[in-house]
Design a protein around this ligand. Structure first.
Ligand SMILES: Nc1ncnc2c1ncn2[C@@H]1O[C@H](COP(=O)(O)OP(=O)(O)OP(=O)(O)O)[C@@H](O)[C@H]1O
Ligand SMILES: [Mg+2]
Length: 256
């Protein structure tokens, strides 16, 4: 499991805080969604879990061990990471990109390739068409799927996903969301998933954590949050899509 205990992060020696006094626990097999608007500290929080960013104060544990006492490379190998905005290696083929961690782990070539090909199929990119291309020969949404396949490659117990479906159109997004739901049931991964999309949070999160200006506004199941919003901020956040949905229904029904 993953645990944060009173974590703070400042990028300017304490003048301001990107993350303020954040404590949370993600149970084994659970998906926690970090939800909040741009700049609220989602990516910073995620990156502190695998030490891409180091906290200014507080403790972070993965599998019961302080991450600051773990070797960062070993730590990152057991945690799949989907970067916000893709981050594929441009000089590597798609199959090589997917197999980066298996290669670091010393898997034999054939096993690496089989794994990459089957993951490409899983994310809807047939290997015969995509495996040998380079990232700049794929659309943004296709590249994002490669990023998801890459994070899954070494079958890590932990997955950190930073707006992994952000560049996808609504249909493909739904497809991958459904795939992730299936995967999560089958493979029992512990997942921290970042999004600013409320519907995505409601669909994927066993629990949802709402961040605002680096602080936790609320954490809970969707039922808890929808029925008992802890703050005005949370209430307003969920009131907006409800209004949009009502407006959409109004438009649709007016046609008949
Ligand atoms: N390396 C950095 N140096 C200085 N400030 C940073 C750095 N990284 C992030 N910040 C600041 O920390 C705050 C939180 O940033 P973060 O990237 O965590 O936001 P986010 O919630 O992921 O936003 P978005 O939805 O736009 O991706 C922002 O105010 C940002 O400008
Ligand atoms: Mg971000």
């Amino acid at each position: 499991m993953i645990r944060l205990i009173r974590v703070f992060k400042s990028f300017d020696n304490g003048r301001s805080y990107a993350v303020k006094d954040l404590s949370l626990e993600v149970a084994s097999g659970e998906t926690l969604v970090l939800l909040g608007s741009s700049g609220c500290g989602k990516t910073t929080t995620l990156k502190m879990i695998n030490r891409l960013i180091e906290p200014s104060a507080g403790t972070i544990e993965v599998a019961g061990e302080d991450v600051m006492k773990q070797d960062p490379v070993a730590l990152r190998r057991k945690i799949g990471y989907v970067f916000q905005g893709i981050g594929l290696f441009p000089h590597m083929t798609i199959a090589q990109n997917v197999a980066v961690v298996p290669r670091l782990l010393g898997w034999p070539v054939q096993k690496r390739r089989d794994r990459a090909y089957s993951l490409l199929e899983l994310v809807g990119l047939p290997s015969e068409r995509f495996a040998d291309r380079f990232p700049d020969e794929l659309s943004g949404g296709q590249q994002q799927r490669v990023g998801v396949a890459r994070a899954l490659a070494a079958d890590p117990s932990y997955l950190l996903m930073d707006e992994p479906f952000g560049a996808l159109d609504a249909l493909n997004r739904e497809l991958l969301q459904q795939e992730l739901l299936k995967l999560k049931q089958e493979l029992q991964k512990t997942i921290v998933f970042v999004t600013h999309d409320i519907f995505e949070a409601l669909l994927l999160g066993d629990r949802i954590l709402i961040l605002h200006e680096g602080r936790m506004e609320q954490i809970g199941t969707k039922e808890e949050i929808l029925s008992r919003p802890a703050t005005t901020f949370v209430r307003d956040l969920f009131a907006k899509p409800a209004r949009q949905l009502a407006a959409f229904r109004g438009l649709r029904d007016a046609k008949h």
